[in-house]
Write a protein that binds this ligand. Structure first.
Ligand SMILES: Cc1cc2nc3c(=O)[nH]c(=O)nc-3n(C[C@H](O)[C@H](O)[C@H](O)COP(=O)(O)OP(=O)(O)OC[C@H]3O[C@@H](n4cnc5c(N)ncnc54)[C@H](O)[C@@H]3O)c2cc1C
Length: 417
């Protein structure tokens, strides 16, 4: 067995674990942890209903456990990646509710920490960690997704402000976001990567219009966002003018880690429940007798373990001070395709019941929803084709894809919109 914790003794980690466990004992509703230890699902369900989610997320954030690697002064716990991973394991073990503000915590936070002034950090990080302000990422546009550096939304300087015009699409959570991470073109005469700047935008500012898009799961989580003469103070720019691509790279690297579940028990869940739930379901309905399905279940178990080991390696790299690198693309690619296989497996194990079910059959409904939702995994946060390009070029050192427009001024490049 490889010891990944060689920088920090196991006894220190055990001490941290017991500190978090004691905090949970004091702060979770009484009986919560005992219900988990006893496997009493009914009691846990009852306690969950009695808990105020917003108040809980605020408490978790104030204690520093929602964002353990952030500095204490910004609502973190000042821990390193390995320590944070141990905290995450305790929270997962006790099924502790956490903020759904993934873009805020996983992407906005690390970007502001790396590029923001102290004033921006002090203003934005604590409410973000405490689930008081939701964030969205305003990168993709109708004509610019994989090639996001070709985007058209413009920001034109006017004294101490910037005036923004354009359209974004696929903006997850924009309809309930307080702030967004905006990548905009500030100089159309420069090559596409060089003419971008990066801003924090107030989603309630005058001129911001958000229109939800309905997905095949019936959710309305992604949106179109229109900017008409929206004003942003120059103090809300991250990085220098023209340095937007470098700042965006920080966000994108963290996005891949966030989506791949780096450092977590990723790969253990399907349709909101544990991998074991598919096994239990297969045993119950007889699918277990099908040797081809059993083979796929075993392969899924192996894949899940491989993801976990790769994530541990990535966490170890980051702990040694390296920023999230191309290895985030490995886990993003593998996790996305693995989850799709797992969700298909869950549907196949359920048989006809996954195509038509009675209203009260909650597990069947969750399985079908999980299957439909997983189709986006190989698109969101960069498609699998793009991840393979990144791995080929930056990890394997293969020749780069030809980019004929790389050095051309952006306004000289032909585009459809
Ligand atoms: C559920 C969901 C949530 C999202 N949330 C956000 C969000 O919050 N914020 C945000 O900014 N964006 C978001 N996105 C957008 C996402 O990042 C883009 O959809 C993605 O980058 C692909 O861009 P595109 O849709 O324009 O496809 P395109 O770039 O047009 O790609 C179309 C196809 O061509 C392939 N392709 C393109 N270029 C290459 C190449 N060079 N080599 C090989 N194949 C290539 C792609 O792999 C794909 O199969 C979200 C998307 C989804 C589905």
């Amino acid at each position: 067995m490889v010891n990944y914790d060689y920088h920090m003794g196991e006894s220190d980690l055990a001490e941290l674990e017991s500190k978090v466990t004691s905090w949970l004992e004091e702060n979770l509703p009484s009986g919560w942890m005992q219900a988990i230890d006893k496997g009493d699902k009914a009691k846990l369900y009852e306690l969950r209903l009695s808990q105020n989610y917003e108040e809980w997320c605020e408490k978790l954030g104030k204690a520093g456990w929602a964002t353990p690697t952030w500095p204490v002064e910004y609502s973190g716990a000042g821990l390193d990646q390995i320590q944070a991973k141990r905290v995450g394991e305790v929270l997962s073990r006790y099924k502790v509710p956490r903020s759904f503000n993934i873009i805020g915590i996983g992407m906005a936070g690390p970007t502001i920490l790396q590029w923001g002034s102290h004033e921006l950090k002090a203003r934005y990080l604590p409410p973000l960690a405490q689930h008081k302000e939701i964030w969205c990422q305003l990168f993709s546009e109708p004509g610019s997704g994989s090639d996001v550096a070709s985007l058209s939304t413009s920001a034109v300087r006017d004294g101490d402000e910037w005036v923004v015009n354009g359209q974004k699409v696929w903006t997850t959570l924009a309809h309930i976001s307080a702030f967004g991470l905006l990548l905009a073109r500030t100089d159309p005469n420069l090559p596409k990567h060089a003419g971008l700047s990066y801003f924090i935008v107030d989603m309630n500012a005058s001129g911001v219009l958000v229109r939800p898009l309905k997905q095949m799961t019936s959710d309305k989580i992604v949106n179109e966002v229109f900017f008409s003469e929206v004003r942003i103070a120059d103090s809300h720019r991250l990085g220098d003018v023209g340095q937007g691509w470098q700042v965006a790279t920080t966000t994108l690297m963290n996005e891949r880690s966030a989506l791949s579940g780096a450092g977590s028990e990723s790969g253990a869940n399907v349709g909101g429940g544990p991998y074991e739930a598919i096994i239990a379901s297969a045993r119950q309905n007889g699918a277990w007798d099908n040797s081809a399905l059993r083979d796929r279940l075993m392969q899924a178990l192996i894949d899940g373990r491989v993801i976990k080991m790769t994530n541990l390696r990535a966490a170890q790299n980051r702990k040694s001070g390296k920023p999230p690198g191309p290895e985030g693309s490995i886990t993003k690619l593998f996790q996305a395709e693995y989850n799709q296989r797992l969700q298909s497996l869950a549907v196949d194990v359920m048989g006809m019941n996954a195509s038509a079910w009675s209203e009260e059959d909650e597990p069947a409904s969750a399985t079908a929803r999980g299957f439909l939702r997983s189709r986006a995994n190989t698109i969101e946060g960069g498609t699998s084709e793009i991840m393979r390009n990144i791995l080929g070029e930056r990890v394997l050192g293969l020749p780069r894809e030809p980019q004929v427009d790389k050095d051309l001024a952006w306004n000289q490049i032909r585009r459809s919109s």
